[in-house]
Design a protein around this ligand. Structure first.
Ligand SMILES: [Zn+2]
Length: 587
């Protein structure tokens, strides 16, 4: 078969490809975002420690005993795991309501309320978020500093409180946080910037220490929180500030970014990826909101640069360049968060999102599997049975989280001392930042599967979804079909994958063949106008099984060729395969 369509959507080379035979029996997809969200809630409830006022855990290394061993910054007067303060907890706080919405749970549990209370407790008399900032230094710090990061996250929480309850007090507190964030900005004409990016500040001083030296060159993640607050609370000043910050990004207003500056022509930069990608989510969203193509172009180039240093199945590097091939699940969640906005302009980006869910997030969600137990018992063969059982019981509380830094085909990192105590080198890294950002990825896929538009129900992604406007039933990915049952009168638009040959696309309306018409952005959607509530539309597309070869680039001198066997958007196997706990099955 002709490889050109596959070539246009996948990196590297396509070595061979053939169409998958028509199935004898239709099978629905076994991937269920709702179920994954239910598992994620289990983690969100198992991580915080009620005995420590719902302090959250950052320094997690599941192959160690104990799995939770704060070594990066040892326990001190500010916290047992100081890196979690104002970082892990704030990230987790925003995911409870999202995972509950997906899993169909209305009421917050005691743990969620405890974490919420903790995080709101960071607000000082001046309305700003005051935290002990070890998360920004990776080393002990005395005292409390103003965190723009925590402030933006808490502002988002309060804006949602206002949107949900109409409580004026929540809006006032969010406004106060916004005023604080804006007051910290410096101005370059109409453009705003923060000297030292997102790094905490106090009395005009930026906390340049440890990790902060590097992070002070990252872009601050302030645009998205301002849009969230501005839209939900009807405050245009926040949208204007988001524009001013974004113009500052594009004009290099922030001094001293050096190698972390994003090259506007190529999207290239060097260094820590996640804080950049987190900041880019807001820029892409602002581009859609304002119609300003410069914002979309800038975000898209950097997004594509990160993609070129990763895989087509959602594994993206933690650093560019880096010393070993490790991903960061925070980056993965961010790339989904950027992708859903970019996909409004270029719908093929939804395939990146689908592939990330199928292949990365599904296979890095943490469970105490039989294979894990076998490895765990092997590396701890010298431990008494009771110690192992106790350790496994603690690990089960973390099920539903996400492994944070897997190798391209392994939960276990390459340069690990298997079973050593501590997060970074015990084999499986589960930094507390990452599980909630993986959850963000799940939530974005869930909420963008069905898109409600005036007179139109648009299906962007091939996932099961029980939506107020339509029920979507997804076929198994290698079968290439999807069914929509309408809950309101509307035109239906369904997006087949961008690599599918359009000549082979067919449509059944209420079981009867119907004409194939193309509509929507870039004509990427099969449209069926004039459908009524209760009607069904089935769309079928041809699926290719193929072999892709690409070179992983993020480790200079350590580049290697990765061969990936695909069926449609789903990975069947990769070579070289993982040594300990492979992501993909191997034949
Ligand atoms: Zn992370």
């Amino acid at each position: 078969m002709d490889h050109s369509l596959l070539h246009s959507q996948f990196q590297g080379e396509i070595l061979s490809a053939a169409l998958v035979a028509e199935p004898e029996e239709r099978r629905t997809d076994d991937l269920d975002l709702t179920r994954m969200a239910g598992h994620a809630l289990h983690y969100l409830r198992g991580n915080p420690d009620p005995a420590r006022d719902y302090e959250c855990k950052f320094d997690l290394g599941p192959l160690g005993i104990p799995a939770h061993a704060p070594q990066s910054v040892p326990p001190n007067e500010y916290g047992y795991d100081p890196i979690s303060l104002g970082d892990t907890d704030c990230r987790m706080m925003l995911q409870y309501a999202r995972m509950r919405a997906m899993a169909g749970e209305d009421a917050p549990c005691a743990v969620e309320l405890g974490v919420r209370q903790r995080v709101l407790g960071y607000l000082g008399d001046d309305g700003q978020a005051w935290i002990n900032p070890a998360a920004w230094t990776g080393s002990p710090v005395e005292g409390y500093w103003v965190s723009k990061w925590a402030g933006g996250k808490i502002m988002t929480l309060l804006a949602h409180d206002f949107a949900g309850t109409g409580a004026a007090a929540a809006r006032q507190r969010a406004r106060k946080l916004f005023e604080g964030l804006k007051s910290l900005a410096h101005w370059d004409g109409p453009r705003a910037f923060y000297p030292g990016g997102g790094v905490p500040v106090k009395d005009g001083q930026v906390l340049i220490q440890g990790w902060g030296e590097h992070h002070s060159k990252n872009y601050p993640a302030v645009v998205e929180p301002c849009l969230e607050y501005g839209e939900l609370c009807g405050d245009n000043e926040a949208v204007d500030f988001a524009i001013a910050m974004t113009e500052g990004f594009l004009a290099d207003s922030q001094p001293g970014q050096d190698e972390l500056r994003i090259d506007p022509d190529t999207g290239a930069f060097q260094g820590h990826v996640h804080l950049h990608t987190h900041a880019l989510i807001g820029v892409a969203r602002l581009g859609l909101l304002t119609g300003e193509q410069r914002y979309l172009d800038w975000a898209e180039r950097a997004y594509e640069f990160v993609r070129r240093h990763g895989t087509d199945y959602g594994w993206y590097p933690e650093h560019i360049p880096q010393s070993q091939h490790g991903a960061e699940t925070c980056v993965v969640g961010d790339m989904v968060g950027i992708g859903v906005w970019l996909a409004q302009r270029h719908p093929h980006v939804f395939d990146h999102v689908a592939r990330t869910i199928y292949n990365y997030l599904r296979r890095t969600q943490f469970f105490v599997t039989d294979e894990f137990i076998t490895l765990f018992e092997c590396v701890h063969a010298d431990q008494p049975g009771a110690v192992l059982q106790q350790a496994l019981a603690e690990l089960r509380k973390l099920e539903g989280g996400f492994v944070s830094a897997p190798a391209p085909d392994d939960w276990v990192k390459r340069d690990a001392t298997l079973g050593a105590t501590g997060r970074a080198h015990n084999g499986i890294d589960m930094m507390g930042c990452c599980p909630p950002e993986g959850m963000r990825g799940l939530w974005e896929a869930w909420r963008w599967t069905v898109q409600d538009l005036p007179g139109c129900v648009r299906v962007n992604l091939p996932f099961h979804r029980d939506h107020p406007s339509a029920i979507v039933t997804a076929g198994a990915p290698e079968q290439g079909w999807l069914q929509v049952q309408l809950r309101r009168d509307a035109e239906v638009q369904v997006r087949p994958p961008s690599w599918a040959d359009r000549a082979g696309v067919t449509v059944l309306r209420n079981g009867q063949p119907a004409p194939v018409q193309w509509a929507g952005p870039e004509g990427a959607y099969v449209a069926c106008p004039g459908m009524a509530r209760g009607e069904t539309l089935q769309v079928h597309w041809p699926v290719a099984a193929f072999v892709q070869r690409q070179t992983l680039l993020s480790v200079p001198g350590g580049e290697y060729d990765l061969t990936v066997q695909w069926e449609g958007n789903e990975v069947e196997a990769v070579d070289p395969c993982g040594k300990y706990l492979p992501l993909f099955e191997h034949r």
